[in-house]
Unconditional design. Structure first.
Length: 123
């Protein structure tokens, strides 16, 4: 039986980080759309930077968060799945300090200033 956990990251079981495979698939599908005549959401940047290849434009849209709405479906062997959207994901995994990667109990209001303050207190 299929089960949907909703769009709230707090209700999901997997981590809120997009895998390189998911990212590549999203960019590939967007590039295909651009190749098929869909308009770019960043036309001014495309003209300014002289971007001509659809994969370059799609990757730039991804980085800027300007992709059309999309969903990623993460499935398990038992038939259950989760649906993720672009806004559900945290910043890129490589931007997060290694010591924080496995801490699941950070409050959502934990800001960069609080992190800096905590680091100073530890010293």
């Amino acid at each position: 039986m299929e089960q949907l956990f909703g769009n709230s990251p707090s209700k999901k079981e997997t981590l809120p980080y997009m895998t390189i495979f998911e990212k590549a698939n999203v960019i590939k599908k967007r590039a295909e759309q651009l190749d098929n005549g869909y308009k770019s959401n960043i036309e001014n940047i495309v003209k300014k930077e002289g971007l001509t290849k659809s994969d370059e434009i799609a990757e730039r849209e991804f980085i800027l968060g300007k992709l059309p709405p999309y969903e990623i479906r993460r499935e398990w062997g038992d038939g259950s799945f989760e649906i993720w959207t672009h806004k559900d994901f945290n910043p890129r995994l490589e931007d997060i300090p290694e010591e924080e990667l496995f801490l699941n109990d950070f409050p959502s209001s934990y800001t960069k200033n609080e992190k800096k303050k905590d680091k100073k207190e530890k010293k």
